[in-house]
Design a protein around this ligand. Sequence first.
Ligand SMILES: Nc1nc2c(ncn2[C@@H]2O[C@H](COP(=O)(O)OP(=O)(O)OP(=O)(O)O)[C@@H](O)[C@H]2O)c(=O)[nH]1
Ligand SMILES: [Mg+2]
Ligand SMILES: [Zn+2]
Length: 364
Amino acid sequence: MEEKIIKIEDLGYDEFFESNRVKLGLGDFQIARVIAEHRGSYKIKNTEGEYLAKITGKQMFEAADREDFPAVGDWVAIAEADKKQAIIHKVLPRRTLMKRRSSGKDETQLIATNIDVAFVIESVDRDYNLNRIERYFAIARDGGIEPAVILNKTDLISEEKLDLKLTEIKNRMGDVKIIPTSTLTEEGLGKLKEYITGRKTYCFLGSSGVGKSSLINKLLGEEIIKTEDIGARSGRGKHATTVREMYFLVDGGIVIDNPGVREVGITDMSAGIDNLFDEITALAENCKYVDCTHLHEPDCAVLSALESGKLDRGEYANYINLKKESEYYEMTELRKKEKNRQFGRFVEKAKKDLKKYKHKDYGA
Ligand SMILES: Nc1nc2c(ncn2[C@@H]2O[C@H](COP(=O)(O)OP(=O)(O)OP(=O)(O)O)[C@@H](O)[C@H]2O)c(=O)[nH]1
Ligand SMILES: [Mg+2]
Ligand SMILES: [Zn+2]
């Protein structure tokens, strides 16, 4: 299903991004928005349609940290490689940024970018946690994003209990926007739709099973995203949603569905999509050799995961290709340096020769 988009503004583009594009001299490039991230490649969209996009090995090599990589919500300058394929040339400066620290590591994870409102979804029945709301609010405000709460599954508790929860949240969080909803009785869905403005981007965050995808399906008016009963869930992480993806509402709002976070303080790494090639990086920790290239070494954990089918072939191929490309750039950098050194020696020698020559001249 691919609805007709008439204007780039309908995808969230505005003067901020346009002026940066001009400033960066990217006028000759097409632009597109990153609408999904999946195993080292991206789905991007513009007025022409959707493309599968990749970054170049040069970009990989030049990226100082994760924040330099494209994320869902980003505006990117692209070169069309094929009818449905593109190469990402550059990420335009971001207006806002949703990120969090990953557990244990000193590294941050990008959730999404260029968000206007972060919806923190909580379900009234279980797993209800004020600290988590607070944490999400802090992350959102840190990134320049306005947070709001959606209290879902109100059909599961009495009106009195709901009022109590609303008071609790207000007492803790102060003056915040809270929208109680039920996808079952459709209560509050009107208010939610009213709150969502055209051309603005809304990020749906919250634990697995609270009903993020169900709510977005309701907003879309169709069961586009697969949802799952919590009891029936199986497989890794027990997430119904494993891919972060952007959807465009008929009324103009732009929403991002996220894989749920399982527990407070624990990132949704098990969904395996938060960062590029996280899965391979984790596997590589068990390779026999620290400098394993994962191409032919014995006892390579990456290769054995590939053989057993645990690791996706496409992801592996992407990884190897990008690594090869980045090594190529690294090599040419080295060559350049060697050339510079050679040239330096040549200049020094020439200077000395010149001196000798001059001495001779003066001496004569
Ligand atoms: N009773 C009740 N159940 C709901 C409501 N909204 C969603 N559910 C159910 O809750 C379960 C989980 O819903 P999902 O939409 O898949 O949850 P999610 O937040 O997207 O979960 P992840 O994708 O794993 O992060 C499904 O069985 C839904 O039918 C609601 O308002 N009331
Ligand atoms: Mg979901
Ligand atoms: Zn290896």
